[in-house]
Structure formats: structure tokens, C-alpha cells
Write a protein that binds this ligand. Structure first.
Ligand SMILES: NC(=O)c1ccc[n+]([C@@H]2O[C@H](COP(=O)([O-])OP(=O)(O)OC[C@H]3O[C@@H](n4cnc5c(N)ncnc54)[C@H](O)[C@@H]3O)[C@@H](O)[C@H]2O)c1
Length: 291
């Protein structure tokens, strides 16, 4: 199937990045959110990021204008139903995602492929609630989308080969690389990454190290480009906690229990960069550790 129009549901951190790379690669994008404010913020952020790419000589000014011209925004799921491929990138909560797919179904064209950018929720379970489990799969971008090369493509138990091949071709058109993953909790990257981040929070919780010493240790001692706590703030602490809960519940192994300190930060609403406070406080000129 030749995908021309892509619907992106959720215009947060991931949704705006997905709309950005899709539009830049020539796809027409219908970007949806429940909040007009999120849509407005997403459009201005996409433009800012495209202009930055142009100022570095990576793309031309004409490409910026063309990409912005290929994005439309809407508060109505009916507009998303007209597209060939839907990428759901709303809040990481299963009830939210299920409700979105349920509301979307009556508006879909028969050929439309449904995908979710979920970091951890079962693709098979989400697919089973729709009328097209064979045309449903996981389309998992990494953050920040315009920078990161990998897209995990996750087959649900019913996903058919045409759907997989179509999504693989879309990833190729984006100039990115796909890795095929089976549908088990948190797939590949987060199955490995999140327990490491959770362990870093335990290391902080137990007083083994401070925020700074933990991040410095992993940057200089393990050659990681970012420390695990800095990375957790970047991903969003609510997202990290949700993924640990999915690993804990889905694999029923106590080694995945979320650190109580991670839960505490989320309860405080200190979710990382997006709320200006997490393991670091971003409200000043320089990030300052909060512990
Ligand atoms: N943050 C990451 O590093 C990362 C990486 C890969 C995948 N993901 C996944 O991407 C998805 C989105 O994460 P995010 O970090 O962009 O979250 P976010 O909180 O930045 O954005 C979520 C957006 O969804 C919108 N939304 C909520 N309910 C909606 C609904 N019913 N209809 C339409 N929009 C709705 C919210 O208004 C918000 O704008 C999640 O499934 C997450 O697991 C996140």
C-alpha cells in the first residue's frame, strides 16, 4: 500500500516529532489532540525545530515551508479517519488509547492501518479491541524523533505481512532504520533501558550516590552520552514509571518493581523537563540537581 496521508494522534513530545519527520519526508499529516493549546504549541515547536535544521544547512528554507504546508491540525478524530496510516501517540495510559481507537473506528477507511507509538502497552491487546487486528501494529519512535535513527516495529499476534511491509517502507522513506520486535512488555529498547534507569533511581534512593555522581559515573564510566537520571527527566518520569509498571505486571518478576522514589517524583508532579522539574530543576539557566 502506498501511504500518502498520515494521522498523528497526540501532539505532545512524541506526536510533534512524528509530525515533523513525516511532513519533512513528504507525507501529508493530520495532527490531532484534545487540547488546542497542545496543537498550537506543537506547530510552533515543529517550525522552530525545522528552522534550526535549516540554519545548520541540513535542509533548505523551501523544505521548511513545504513541510509546514503539509501539516494540518484538528480536534476531531473524524479528520484523522481519512488518512492511510494512523500513528497514535497520546498519553501512555491504556484506557486513553482504547477510548481513542474506539472513537476512531467509525471514521476509518477500510484500508487504513492503525499503529500505536506506545512504549510498553500490549499491541495485541490494543489491536483486539479494533475491527482490524491484522492491520494494527506498534510503530515505536525514539525521543527526540527528528534525531534518533531507530524505529521499533512491533507485530501483534494477528499483524499481517502487508501491514508490516507497508510500515517498514514508511520508516525507510523517513531515512530511519527499523528493528523488528515481538510483542512482549516494553519490546527491546525499553526492556533493557528502563530497568537501568530504575536501578539508577534506587541508587539515589539508597544514598549510594547523588544525582550528579550517578549521572557522571555512567557518562564517564560507561561512556553513556547522558546520565540515566538526566535521561529519565528527558523521557518523562511518568512515562518511565508507567513502563516499569508494565514490566512488573506483564513479566510478574520483582526485579522490575518501580523504585518508590520514582513514584514520589511522579506524585509531586515533578515529571522532568516537560514540567521543568524532575531529578534536576530546569527553571534557571543551568539544571540544578533536586537531591
Ligand atoms: N517520551 C518518550 O521518550 C517516548 C518515547 C517513545 C514513545 N513514547 C510514547 O509516546 C506516547 C506519547 O508520549 P509523549 O511523551 O509524547 O507524551 P506527552 O504527555 O508529551 O503528550 C501526550 C499528548 O497526548 C494528548 N492526549 C491525551 N489524551 C488524548 C486523546 N484522547 N486524544 C488525543 N490526544 C490526547 C495530550 O493532550 C498530550 O498533548 C506514549 O504512548 C509514550 O509511551 C514516549
Amino acid at each position: 500500500m502506498d501511504v500518502k496521508q498520515v494521522g498523528v494522534i497526540g501532539a505532545g513530545q512524541m506526536g510533534n516529532g512524528i509530525a515533523h519527520v513525516m511532513a519533512l519526508s513528504g507525507f501529508h499529516v493530520v495532527l490531532n489532540d484534545i487540547s488546542q493549546q497542545s496543537l498550537d504549541n506543537a506547530l510552533s515547536l515543529i517550525e522552530k525545530n525545522l528552522v534550526r535544521q535549516a540554519s545548520r544547512g541540513k535542509i533548505s528554507d523551501d523544505e521548511v515551508t513545504a513541510a509546514m504546508g503539509r501539516i494540518s491540525t484538528t480536534l476531531s478524530l473524524a479528520d484523522v479517519g481519512k488518512t492511510d496510516l494512523v500513528i497514535e501517540a497520546a498519553t501512555e495510559r491504556e484506557t486513553v488509547k482504547q477510548a481513542i481507537f474506539e472513537d476512531l473506528l467509525p471514521h476509518l477507511q477500510p484500508h487504513t492501518i492503525l499503529t500505536s507509538n506506545t512504549s510498553s502497552i500490549s499491541i495485541t491487546r490494543l489491536a483486539s479491541r479494533t475491527d482490524r487486528p491484522e492491520r494494527f501494529m506498534g510503530f515505536h519512535f525514539m525521543n527526540p524523533v527528528p534525531v534518533m535513527q531507530l524505529v521499533e516495529l512491533i507485530r501483534g499476534i494477528a499483524t499481517d505481512e502487508d501491514t508490516f511491509k507497508t510500515c517498514q517502507a514508511v520508516v525507510e522513506k523517513l531515512g530511519k532504520t527499523s528493528a523488528s520486535a515481538e510483542d512482549f512488555p516494553a519490546f527491546i529498547v525499553n526492556r533493557i533501558l528502563m530497568p537501568m534507569i530504575n536501578e539508577a533511581v534506587y541508587t539515589l534512593y539508597e544514598g549510594v550516590g547523588s544525582v550528579r555522581s550517578i549521572d557522571e559515573s555512567m557518562k564517564l564510566g560507561a561512556n553513556h552520552p547522558m546520565g540515566p537520571l538526566e535521561l529519565a527527566d528527558f523521557i518523562g518520569l511518568d512515562t518511565c514509571l508507567a513502563i516499569m509498571n508494565v514490566l512488573h505486571d506483564g513479566l510478574a518478576d520483582t526485579k522490575y518493581r518501580p523504585c518508590p522514589l520514582l513514584t514520589k517524583y511522579v506524585e509531586a508532579g515533578w515529571l522532568g523537563r516537560k514540567t521543568q522539574r524532575g531529578f534536576y530543576d530546569y527553571r534557571g539557566d543551568e539544571p540544578i540537581p533536586t537531591r
